[in-house]
Design a protein around this ligand. Structure first.
Ligand code: FES
Length: 213
């Protein structure tokens, strides 16, 4: 182990990760992808309606050892905190708690923390708790879709031009996917798009068009 650039805590959390799994009836959930490496993480939270405390939290990582270790540590840090307190957890806090991470592994801890923040944002959106309700624009849609991965390249669907012609008008988002509808990844991409966009407060319909076969 002496040659590995990881602290003992990182190795310990990688070997024995905490809070791994899925919460089927989660109150908030999110799947985030890292534009840096194409890896993904899903975070699920249960939140007490009254106190807004995170009563349970789990994660699934499709990433590396650093991501698994950070996922473990942030879920431990967030459990028992209110969503407002948990929102303040940064990747720096997580890396510090792990005793440091190699610099080139920063994006792995960023990914884990973004997963947590996105799960909280999902909870807030679903429960009408978003304070600043800005009208949805094409830019907002693009920003969200940058977290949907193109499985064929490991990069996001916007940067790889898999999704184009995004329009937002009268509560309807319409977009085109550069894939035929029966492509093996079409369904998964559609589900990811819906997950990212369906809770936008002023959106009533999402129209996804696939290429003609
Ligand atoms: Fe992708 Fe670490 S290299 S999450």
């Amino acid at each position: 182990m002496a040659d590995l650039p990881y602290t003992e805590k990182v190795i310990e959390y990688f070997k024995n990760p905490k809070n791994v799994g899925k919460i089927e009836d989660a109150d908030g959930k999110a799947k985030e992808g890292s534009p840096a490496c194409g890896d993904m993480v899903s975070v699920y939270i249960k939140v007490d309606e009254e106190t807004k405390e995170i009563t349970d939290i789990k994660f699934e990582s499709y990433g590396c050892a650093s991501n698994i270790a950070t996922g473990s540590i942030i879920t431990e840090m967030a459990k028992g905190k209110t969503i407002d307190e948990a929102k303040k957890i940064t990747w720096n806090d997580a890396a510090e708690e792990l005793g440091g991470l190699p610099k080139m592994k920063t994006h792995c801890s960023v990914l884990a923390v973004e997963g947590l923040q996105a799960a909280i944002a999902d909870y807030e959106e679903k429960h009408g708790l978003v304070k600043e309700q800005k009208p949805t624009t094409k830019e907002i849609v693009e920003k969200r879709l940058r977290h949907v991965m193109n499985p064929m390249t490991g990069l996001d669907v916007v940067r790889t031009d898999l999704i184009n012609d995004i329009k937002v008008k009268d509560g309807v988002i319409s977009l085109k996917v550069d894939l035929v509808e029966d492509h093996q990844f079409a369904n998964a991409i559609k589900e990811d798009i819906m997950e990212k966009l369906e809770h936008l407060w002023d959106i009533e319909e999402i129209s996804i068009e696939f290429k003609d076969s």
